[in-house]
Design a protein around this ligand. Sequence first.
Ligand code: SF4
Length: 224
Amino acid sequence: TLCCAARIMDRGGEWFASMGSRDSTGTKLLSVSGDCEHPGVYELPYGITVKKLLDMVGAPDAQAVQVGGPSGRCLAPKDFGRSISFEDVPTGGSVIVIGPERDLLEVVRQFTEFFVEESCGWCVPCRAGTTVLLKLLEKILDGRGDRSDLAKLEGLGKTIKTMSRCGLGQTAANPILTTLNGFPDLYEARIKPEEYVPAFDFKKALEVGCEAAGRNLELEGIHV
Ligand code: SF4
């Protein structure tokens, strides 16, 4: 901001406003990291499309782009024509490129874990909600989730967003909500076709117990 102010004083407001888009004049510093050939800090005019930025940083085959850090939004390829600007895709400056080889839902899991760690615990939707979100997501990633878990993820995510006290809680569900919206196929591919799968795997727990106790239920004629 100080750099911009100095240059505006030097060259005038009209010069600065001649760059950028109609509602977002001037330039923006974008910190680009992740799966790209040329990570770095770029000063670019507002209004640049995500696609143009990806070509510039050497990531034409990106799977997704996380704009605004974990609290921001995850853009799918269908959104790469959108522009970095206040009126379309606003950002504090962080742009993380997610390449085609990366497990995007694992990235989402790590972001969600970050919010669980960072929640100060003052209000229930954020304190308890983020933990339940993480458990639901891990259930799905473990291949034990079903369709009802996807609905729970979305419903709980929206509740946390609207009921949390501060910005951290209000944005904690963004990684899940924006990828549910932009990448539904990734979630669909990880859930089981059955309608209901209990979170607690009774058979597996019983096997562990039997092994510890040295028992064989089949030999004992007990069928579970
Ligand atoms: S929303 Fe803010 S105040 Fe509430 S628990 Fe989370 S970090 Fe604390």
